[in-house]
Design a protein around this ligand. Structure first.
Ligand code: ADP
Ligand code: MG
Length: 248
């Protein structure tokens, strides 16, 4: 479904991602971990079609099609959705109206009533009040609320692939549970999840059966394994694993 070959992304003339290879199939679960500054968010932004990350070398194919010429909203319509580490604020757009527009664009055939119902039930799932839906997007929302709002969008859209960049950063325990529930829900319904995260509590709440875990260093994935690699990272830290496998 997603295939990345020899990806190189430069910023200010400096290569941040180098020779990165990664692929994900239908309904798979991938965890991407790595030290700060190793390039994880750069990968996420590049995949999302962030306008500052469109000049890359190598190939990114989604459903067998090169996506370099697709803008972020076109990628979303194709089924590729991204949650940001620091979701942007958009002033002047009411959350409910925004969600309604997104749904109309994605499944335009559904009637207004159905859309209203979908938004209402997802809002409850994510622990939001109706009152919050009348606010502007991300204005006056806490970090945790913004992350939850992204998962709410994901639940409504049910993308084919969802890339989440640290959905656990700056989030309290209760929000963490709501977020992990949604990630599990989406994966059970067939969404391929690529979860970029630090070690820790989020992964404990996620069903990692059959997941692939990838470790990042200096702009590329240098080793991959099964779910027990998460525990190894917690026990040893990245540097020791990299020294031991000689893959640094
Ligand atoms: P991670 O998400 O793994 O912490 P990032 O992808 O955010 O890493 O950053 C990887 C490296 O790229 C860091 O050294 C960072 O300083 C650098 N970097 C990220 N964005 C930019 C940018 N817009 N311009 C220049 N350097 C950048
Ligand atoms: Mg990051």
């Amino acid at each position: 479904m997603l295939e990345i070959k020899n990806l190189e992304v430069k910023k200010d003339g400096l290569a941040i991602l180098k020779n990165l290879n990664f692929s994900a199939g239908n309904s798979e679960f991938h965890v991407v971990m790595g030290p700060n500054g190793s390039g994880k968010s750069t990968l996420a932004r590049t995949l999302a079609g962030h306008p500052e990350y469109t000049n890359y070398e190598g190939s990114i194919k989604f459903k067998n099609r090169e996506i370099s010429d697709l803008k972020a909203d076109e990628r979303l319509r194709e089924g590729l959705m991204m949650g940001f580490q620091h979701p942007p604020r958009i002033n002047g757009v009411n959350i409910k109206r925004f969600l309604t527009r997104v749904l109309e664009k994605i499944d335009g055939k559904e009637g207004a009533e159905k859309i209203e119902e979908k938004i209402k039930s997802a809002t409850e799932e994510l622990g939001f009040s109706e009152d919050l839906l009348t606010r502007n997007i991300n204005a006056g929302l806490s970090g945790g609320e913004r992350k939850r709002l992204e998962l709410l969008q994901a639940r409504l859209i049910e993308p084919e692939i969802l890339i989440l960049d640290e959905p656990d950063s700056g989030v309290d325990v209760d929000s963490l549970e709501l977020i992990s529930d949604q990630i599990n829900w989406l994966h059970e319904r067939g969404t391929t999840v690529v979860l970029i995260t630090h070690y820790g509590s989020l992964l404990e709440e996620i069903d990692l059966e059959g997941a692939r875990v990838h470790l990042f260093s200096d702009g590329k994935i240098i080793t991959s394994g099964e779910q027990d690699l998460v525990r190894e990272v917690e026990d040893k830290g990245f540097n020791r694993i990299y020294e031991e496998c000689g893959c640094d």
